[in-house]
Design a protein around this ligand. Sequence first.
Ligand SMILES: Nc1nc2c(c(=O)[nH]1)N[C@H]1C(S)=C(S)[C@@H](COP(=O)(O)O)O[C@H]1N2
Ligand SMILES: [Mo]
Length: 324
Amino acid sequence: MPAIHRPPRWAVAEGAATPELVFANRRAVLAGLGLALAGAGLVPRVVKAQTQGDAAARTTFLYPAQRNRTYTVDRALTPEAVSGSYNNFYEFGSHKQIARAAQALVTHPWDIEVDGLVEKPLTIAFEDLVRRMALEERLYRHRCVEAWSMTVPWTGFPLSALLALARPLSSARFVRFETFNDPGIAGGQKQVWYPWPYVEGVTMEEATNDLAFLVTGAYGKPLAEQFGAPLRLALPWKYGFKSIKSIRRISFTDQQPIGFWEEIAASEYGFWANVNPDVPHPRWSQVEERVLHTGERVPTQLYNGYAEEVAGLYKGLESASLYR
Ligand SMILES: Nc1nc2c(c(=O)[nH]1)N[C@H]1C(S)=C(S)[C@@H](COP(=O)(O)O)O[C@H]1N2
Ligand SMILES: [Mo]
Protein backbone atom coordinates (compact mmCIF):
# COMPACT_ATOMS: atom_id res chain seq x y z
CA MET A 1 0.00 0.00 0.00
CA PRO A 2 1.44 3.39 -0.90
CA ALA A 3 2.18 5.29 2.27
CA ILE A 4 2.47 9.03 2.66
CA HIS A 5 4.67 9.88 5.59
CA ARG A 6 4.77 13.62 5.77
CA PRO A 7 6.71 15.06 8.68
CA PRO A 8 4.85 18.02 10.15
CA ARG A 9 6.33 21.37 9.17
CA TRP A 10 7.58 22.04 12.67
CA ALA A 11 9.27 18.66 12.96
CA VAL A 12 12.78 18.71 14.40
CA ALA A 13 14.98 15.93 15.67
CA GLU A 14 13.34 13.59 18.16
CA GLY A 15 14.13 14.67 21.71
CA ALA A 16 14.83 18.28 20.73
CA ALA A 17 11.25 18.77 19.61
CA THR A 18 9.25 18.74 22.77
CA PRO A 19 11.18 21.07 25.05
CA GLU A 20 11.34 23.59 22.24
CA LEU A 21 7.65 23.34 21.49
CA VAL A 22 6.60 23.47 25.08
CA PHE A 23 8.89 26.22 26.28
CA ALA A 24 8.45 28.42 23.24
CA ASN A 25 5.01 29.28 24.45
CA ARG A 26 4.18 30.23 27.98
CA ARG A 27 0.53 29.39 27.51
CA ALA A 28 1.44 25.92 26.35
CA VAL A 29 3.56 25.47 29.48
CA LEU A 30 0.69 26.48 31.71
CA ALA A 31 -1.74 24.28 29.80
CA GLY A 32 0.72 21.42 30.06
CA LEU A 33 0.97 21.86 33.81
CA GLY A 34 -2.80 22.08 34.03
CA LEU A 35 -3.07 18.76 32.25
CA ALA A 36 -0.46 17.25 34.50
CA LEU A 37 -2.34 18.37 37.58
CA ALA A 38 -5.75 17.43 36.17
CA GLY A 39 -5.27 13.81 37.00
CA ALA A 40 -3.63 13.62 40.39
CA GLY A 41 -0.85 11.09 40.43
CA LEU A 42 -0.75 10.71 36.68
CA VAL A 43 2.43 11.00 34.64
CA PRO A 44 2.98 14.71 33.99
CA ARG A 45 2.53 15.37 30.30
CA VAL A 46 5.71 17.37 29.87
CA VAL A 47 7.78 14.55 31.35
CA LYS A 48 6.00 11.93 29.30
CA ALA A 49 6.42 13.92 26.12
CA GLN A 50 10.19 13.92 26.63
CA THR A 51 10.57 10.33 27.66
CA GLN A 52 7.89 8.41 25.76
CA GLY A 53 6.07 10.37 23.12
CA ASP A 54 2.87 12.26 23.54
CA ALA A 55 0.69 13.74 20.79
CA ALA A 56 -1.00 16.04 23.31
CA ALA A 57 2.09 18.04 24.24
CA ARG A 58 2.82 18.51 20.54
CA THR A 59 -0.65 19.81 19.66
CA THR A 60 -1.52 21.90 22.73
CA PHE A 61 -1.10 25.08 20.71
CA LEU A 62 -4.21 24.19 18.66
CA TYR A 63 -6.47 24.58 21.71
CA PRO A 64 -8.89 25.87 22.71
CA ALA A 65 -10.74 25.81 19.37
CA GLN A 66 -13.72 27.99 18.59
CA ARG A 67 -17.02 26.63 19.81
CA ASN A 68 -19.58 25.68 17.15
CA ARG A 69 -22.80 27.04 18.68
CA THR A 70 -24.97 24.75 16.55
CA TYR A 71 -24.10 21.95 18.93
CA THR A 72 -25.10 22.97 22.39
CA VAL A 73 -26.86 21.18 25.22
CA ASP A 74 -29.69 21.68 27.68
CA ARG A 75 -27.84 20.28 30.65
CA ALA A 76 -24.71 21.01 32.63
CA LEU A 77 -21.32 19.88 31.39
CA THR A 78 -19.91 16.94 33.31
CA PRO A 79 -16.87 18.10 35.29
CA GLU A 80 -13.64 16.88 33.72
CA ALA A 81 -12.54 15.31 36.98
CA VAL A 82 -15.65 13.10 36.85
CA SER A 83 -15.74 12.14 33.14
CA GLY A 84 -11.97 11.72 33.17
CA SER A 85 -11.99 9.19 35.99
CA TYR A 86 -14.99 7.04 35.00
CA ASN A 87 -14.16 5.51 31.65
CA ASN A 88 -14.93 2.52 29.50
CA PHE A 89 -11.70 1.53 27.77
CA TYR A 90 -11.46 -2.25 27.94
CA GLU A 91 -7.95 -2.19 26.51
CA PHE A 92 -6.92 -1.02 29.98
CA GLY A 93 -9.34 -3.06 32.08
CA SER A 94 -12.98 -4.10 32.28
CA HIS A 95 -13.87 -1.50 34.94
CA LYS A 96 -14.20 2.28 35.04
CA GLN A 97 -10.98 3.21 36.88
CA ILE A 98 -8.60 2.86 33.96
CA ALA A 99 -7.37 6.47 33.77
CA ARG A 100 -4.04 5.79 35.43
CA ALA A 101 -3.32 2.61 33.42
CA ALA A 102 -4.23 4.44 30.21
CA GLN A 103 -1.38 6.92 30.73
CA ALA A 104 0.88 4.16 29.36
CA LEU A 105 -0.57 4.83 25.91
CA VAL A 106 2.15 6.16 23.61
CA THR A 107 0.49 8.61 21.24
CA HIS A 108 3.56 9.77 19.36
CA PRO A 109 4.37 8.65 16.79
CA TRP A 110 0.80 7.71 15.87
CA ASP A 111 0.04 6.88 12.26
CA ILE A 112 -3.49 6.46 10.99
CA GLU A 113 -4.03 4.16 8.04
CA VAL A 114 -6.79 4.99 5.61
CA ASP A 115 -7.44 2.09 3.27
CA GLY A 116 -9.95 -0.11 1.48
CA LEU A 117 -12.31 1.28 -1.16
CA VAL A 118 -10.66 4.69 -1.56
CA GLU A 119 -9.09 6.44 -4.53
CA LYS A 120 -5.75 6.62 -2.79
CA PRO A 121 -5.00 4.71 0.40
CA LEU A 122 -2.75 6.66 2.73
CA THR A 123 -0.97 6.60 6.04
CA ILE A 124 -1.00 9.92 7.83
CA ALA A 125 0.68 10.97 11.05
CA PHE A 126 -1.88 12.11 13.64
CA GLU A 127 -0.16 15.46 14.09
CA ASP A 128 -0.25 16.04 10.35
CA LEU A 129 -3.93 15.13 10.17
CA VAL A 130 -5.00 17.35 13.06
CA ARG A 131 -3.14 20.32 11.60
CA ARG A 132 -4.87 19.91 8.25
CA MET A 133 -8.32 20.10 9.82
CA ALA A 134 -10.20 23.14 11.08
CA LEU A 135 -10.85 22.26 14.72
CA GLU A 136 -14.05 23.26 16.49
CA GLU A 137 -15.57 22.61 19.88
CA ARG A 138 -19.00 20.99 20.26
CA LEU A 139 -20.98 20.23 23.38
CA TYR A 140 -22.33 16.70 23.03
CA ARG A 141 -24.39 14.41 25.18
CA HIS A 142 -23.08 10.88 25.60
CA ARG A 143 -25.32 7.95 26.53
CA CYS A 144 -23.69 4.65 27.46
CA VAL A 145 -25.66 1.47 26.79
CA GLU A 146 -25.15 0.78 30.53
CA ALA A 147 -27.67 3.61 31.18
CA TRP A 148 -25.39 6.38 32.42
CA SER A 149 -24.82 9.64 30.59
CA MET A 150 -22.56 12.66 30.52
CA THR A 151 -22.11 15.91 28.65
CA VAL A 152 -18.69 16.74 27.23
CA PRO A 153 -17.09 19.61 25.33
CA TRP A 154 -15.29 17.70 22.58
CA THR A 155 -12.91 19.33 20.12
CA GLY A 156 -12.35 17.87 16.69
CA PHE A 157 -13.59 17.94 13.12
CA PRO A 158 -16.52 16.38 11.27
CA LEU A 159 -15.93 12.83 10.04
CA SER A 160 -17.05 14.10 6.62
CA ALA A 161 -13.84 16.18 6.44
CA LEU A 162 -11.80 12.97 6.74
CA LEU A 163 -13.96 11.43 4.03
CA ALA A 164 -13.20 14.38 1.76
CA LEU A 165 -9.50 13.75 2.32
CA ALA A 166 -9.75 10.00 1.71
CA ARG A 167 -12.06 10.17 -1.33
CA PRO A 168 -13.90 6.85 -0.95
CA LEU A 169 -15.05 5.03 -4.09
CA SER A 170 -18.76 4.88 -4.90
CA SER A 171 -18.63 1.16 -4.04
CA ALA A 172 -17.86 1.99 -0.37
CA ARG A 173 -20.94 1.44 1.81
CA PHE A 174 -19.44 1.41 5.32
CA VAL A 175 -16.60 2.95 7.29
CA ARG A 176 -14.79 0.57 9.59
CA PHE A 177 -12.66 1.86 12.48
CA GLU A 178 -10.01 -0.05 14.35
CA THR A 179 -8.23 0.72 17.63
CA PHE A 180 -4.53 -0.03 18.27
CA ASN A 181 -3.54 -3.52 19.39
CA ASP A 182 -0.60 -3.57 21.79
CA PRO A 183 -0.91 -5.95 24.76
CA GLY A 184 2.50 -4.75 26.01
CA ILE A 185 0.97 -1.36 26.76
CA ALA A 186 -2.69 -2.19 27.24
CA GLY A 187 -3.02 -4.96 29.81
CA GLY A 188 -6.64 -5.66 28.88
CA GLN A 189 -5.45 -6.88 25.50
CA LYS A 190 -3.69 -9.77 27.23
CA GLN A 191 -7.19 -11.16 27.86
CA VAL A 192 -7.27 -13.31 24.77
CA TRP A 193 -10.97 -14.15 24.95
CA TYR A 194 -11.80 -10.61 23.77
CA PRO A 195 -11.81 -10.06 19.99
CA TRP A 196 -9.02 -7.41 19.85
CA PRO A 197 -8.56 -4.98 18.31
CA TYR A 198 -11.72 -3.01 19.13
CA VAL A 199 -13.65 -2.40 15.92
CA GLU A 200 -16.67 -0.24 15.12
CA GLY A 201 -18.44 0.87 11.98
CA VAL A 202 -21.08 3.10 10.45
CA THR A 203 -22.77 3.39 7.06
CA MET A 204 -21.49 6.01 4.62
CA GLU A 205 -24.75 7.94 5.16
CA GLU A 206 -24.14 8.02 8.91
CA ALA A 207 -20.51 8.96 8.38
CA THR A 208 -21.47 11.97 6.29
CA ASN A 209 -24.07 13.21 8.78
CA ASP A 210 -22.69 16.40 10.31
CA LEU A 211 -23.11 15.09 13.87
CA ALA A 212 -20.50 12.35 13.28
CA PHE A 213 -17.40 13.89 14.84
CA LEU A 214 -13.75 12.85 15.02
CA VAL A 215 -12.47 13.97 18.40
CA THR A 216 -8.93 15.18 19.08
CA GLY A 217 -9.56 17.11 22.29
CA ALA A 218 -11.83 17.58 25.28
CA TYR A 219 -12.30 20.38 27.79
CA GLY A 220 -10.32 22.76 25.59
CA LYS A 221 -7.16 20.61 25.52
CA PRO A 222 -5.75 17.71 23.55
CA LEU A 223 -7.53 14.47 24.34
CA ALA A 224 -6.45 12.74 27.54
CA GLU A 225 -5.42 9.11 27.17
CA GLN A 226 -8.42 7.71 29.06
CA PHE A 227 -10.78 9.47 26.62
CA GLY A 228 -9.14 7.63 23.71
CA ALA A 229 -6.16 9.77 22.67
CA PRO A 230 -5.14 10.88 20.20
CA LEU A 231 -8.23 10.33 17.99
CA ARG A 232 -11.67 8.92 18.83
CA LEU A 233 -15.15 9.08 17.41
CA ALA A 234 -18.21 10.78 18.91
CA LEU A 235 -21.60 9.59 17.59
CA PRO A 236 -23.90 11.21 20.14
CA TRP A 237 -27.14 9.65 18.85
CA LYS A 238 -25.78 6.13 19.33
CA TYR A 239 -24.87 4.18 22.43
CA GLY A 240 -21.38 5.02 23.66
CA PHE A 241 -19.75 1.78 22.53
CA LYS A 242 -20.02 2.98 18.91
CA SER A 243 -17.71 5.92 19.75
CA ILE A 244 -14.47 4.02 19.28
CA LYS A 245 -11.29 5.29 20.94
CA SER A 246 -7.63 5.56 19.93
CA ILE A 247 -8.22 4.96 16.22
CA ARG A 248 -5.36 3.52 14.18
CA ARG A 249 -7.10 2.46 11.01
CA ILE A 250 -10.06 3.73 9.00
CA SER A 251 -11.22 1.44 6.18
CA PHE A 252 -13.87 1.89 3.54
CA THR A 253 -15.69 -1.32 2.71
CA ASP A 254 -18.77 -2.85 1.13
CA GLN A 255 -19.11 -5.29 4.06
CA GLN A 256 -21.00 -4.30 7.21
CA PRO A 257 -18.35 -4.20 9.96
CA ILE A 258 -18.84 -6.39 13.01
CA GLY A 259 -18.15 -4.33 16.11
CA PHE A 260 -16.22 -5.51 19.17
CA TRP A 261 -19.35 -5.81 21.31
CA GLU A 262 -21.42 -7.28 18.49
CA GLU A 263 -18.75 -9.97 18.10
CA ILE A 264 -18.99 -10.74 21.84
CA ALA A 265 -22.78 -10.67 22.16
CA ALA A 266 -24.71 -9.99 18.95
CA SER A 267 -28.07 -10.33 20.68
CA GLU A 268 -27.21 -7.47 23.06
CA TYR A 269 -25.10 -5.07 21.00
CA GLY A 270 -25.97 -4.62 17.35
CA PHE A 271 -24.65 -2.62 14.45
CA TRP A 272 -27.10 0.28 14.66
CA ALA A 273 -27.16 0.88 18.42
CA ASN A 274 -29.27 4.02 18.15
CA VAL A 275 -30.35 5.32 21.55
CA ASN A 276 -34.00 4.40 22.07
CA PRO A 277 -35.84 4.37 25.41
CA ASP A 278 -38.47 2.03 23.95
CA VAL A 279 -36.09 -0.78 23.11
CA PRO A 280 -34.77 -2.35 26.31
CA HIS A 281 -31.40 -4.01 26.46
CA PRO A 282 -32.15 -7.74 26.91
CA ARG A 283 -30.98 -7.41 30.54
CA TRP A 284 -32.12 -3.92 31.56
CA SER A 285 -34.42 -1.02 30.69
CA GLN A 286 -33.27 1.96 28.62
CA VAL A 287 -36.13 4.23 29.73
CA GLU A 288 -33.97 6.30 32.08
CA GLU A 289 -30.35 7.20 32.49
CA ARG A 290 -28.17 8.16 35.44
CA VAL A 291 -26.42 11.48 34.88
CA LEU A 292 -22.75 11.26 35.89
CA HIS A 293 -21.76 13.53 38.76
CA THR A 294 -25.29 14.62 39.78
CA GLY A 295 -26.60 11.05 39.98
CA GLU A 296 -29.93 12.39 38.79
CA ARG A 297 -32.19 10.00 36.83
CA VAL A 298 -33.64 11.53 33.68
CA PRO A 299 -35.72 10.11 30.83
CA THR A 300 -33.73 8.84 27.88
CA GLN A 301 -34.65 10.42 24.57
CA LEU A 302 -34.98 8.83 21.13
CA TYR A 303 -31.63 9.20 19.34
CA ASN A 304 -30.37 10.69 22.61
CA GLY A 305 -32.17 13.94 21.75
CA TYR A 306 -30.70 14.22 18.24
CA ALA A 307 -33.78 13.04 16.29
CA GLU A 308 -33.95 16.28 14.31
CA GLU A 309 -30.46 15.67 12.96
CA VAL A 310 -30.52 11.93 12.34
CA ALA A 311 -34.06 10.50 12.17
CA GLY A 312 -33.98 10.93 8.38
CA LEU A 313 -31.16 8.38 8.16
CA TYR A 314 -33.48 5.63 9.35
CA LYS A 315 -36.65 6.26 7.33
CA GLY A 316 -38.25 2.94 6.53
CA LEU A 317 -35.92 1.10 8.85
CA GLU A 318 -37.90 1.64 12.06
CA SER A 319 -37.73 -1.94 13.28
CA ALA A 320 -36.68 -2.88 16.80
CA SER A 321 -33.43 -4.46 15.69
CA LEU A 322 -32.37 -1.10 14.36
CA TYR A 323 -31.64 0.11 17.83
CA ARG A 324 -29.66 -2.79 19.21
N1 LIG B 1 -11.28 1.25 21.90
C1 LIG B 1 -12.32 1.39 22.71
N2 LIG B 1 -13.24 2.34 22.46
C2 LIG B 1 -14.29 2.47 23.28
C3 LIG B 1 -14.49 1.62 24.40
C4 LIG B 1 -13.50 0.63 24.64
O1 LIG B 1 -13.56 -0.17 25.60
N3 LIG B 1 -12.42 0.55 23.79
N4 LIG B 1 -15.61 1.76 25.20
C5 LIG B 1 -16.77 2.43 24.60
C6 LIG B 1 -17.83 2.72 25.56
S1 LIG B 1 -18.81 1.42 26.08
C7 LIG B 1 -18.12 4.00 25.97
S2 LIG B 1 -19.43 4.36 26.95
C8 LIG B 1 -17.20 5.11 25.62
C9 LIG B 1 -16.69 5.73 26.89
O2 LIG B 1 -16.01 6.91 26.61
P1 LIG B 1 -15.43 7.76 27.82
O3 LIG B 1 -14.51 6.87 28.60
O4 LIG B 1 -14.72 8.88 27.16
O5 LIG B 1 -16.57 8.17 28.66
O6 LIG B 1 -16.08 4.69 24.83
C10 LIG B 1 -16.36 3.70 23.87
N5 LIG B 1 -15.20 3.47 23.04
MO1 LIG C 1 -20.65 2.42 26.95
